[in-house]
Design a protein. Sequence first.
Length: 88
Amino acid sequence: ETTDSKNIAFVGRLDEFKGGWRTLKAFHKISDKHPDFTLTIVGEGEEYRAIQQYLVENNLADKVFLKGTLTKTQIAEVLNNSSFLVFP
């Protein structure tokens, strides 16, 4: 089953080596050229608060959804409603 959604998903621990912060920064760089895309970040970790603050400071709360920890069923729903998964 495919989706028409233009959502990008990142699922993982929000620690430096996992790439959540880099994914957010890359998305921010392309968001003006691709205004119809959104990003959903699922996870918790040392970068969670910094990501949360970055979203507020850069007015991205309507384009980037920071979900925290979700159940496997909720993660499956996010993935099913996304165009693709970023796995840096």
